[in-house]
Design a protein. Structure first.
Length: 47
């Protein structure tokens, strides 16, 4: 495998891994906000 093909493969794998991890983090944040919704506190009621 020459260096160009190896570089492009690493580029695709690296970018795909990054996008997959960001998608996973997004799903975790959405799940946490569904389980623990934001309720107005006393500080927000004073405004």
């Amino acid at each position: 495998m020459d260096n160009t093909i190896f570089g492009l493969t690493m580029l695709v794998v690296g970018m795909g891994g990054t996008l997959a991890s960001l998608f996973f983090i997004t799903l975790v944040i959405c799940a946490l906000t569904a389980f623990f919704p934001v309720r107005p506190g006393k500080e927000e009621e004073k405004k």
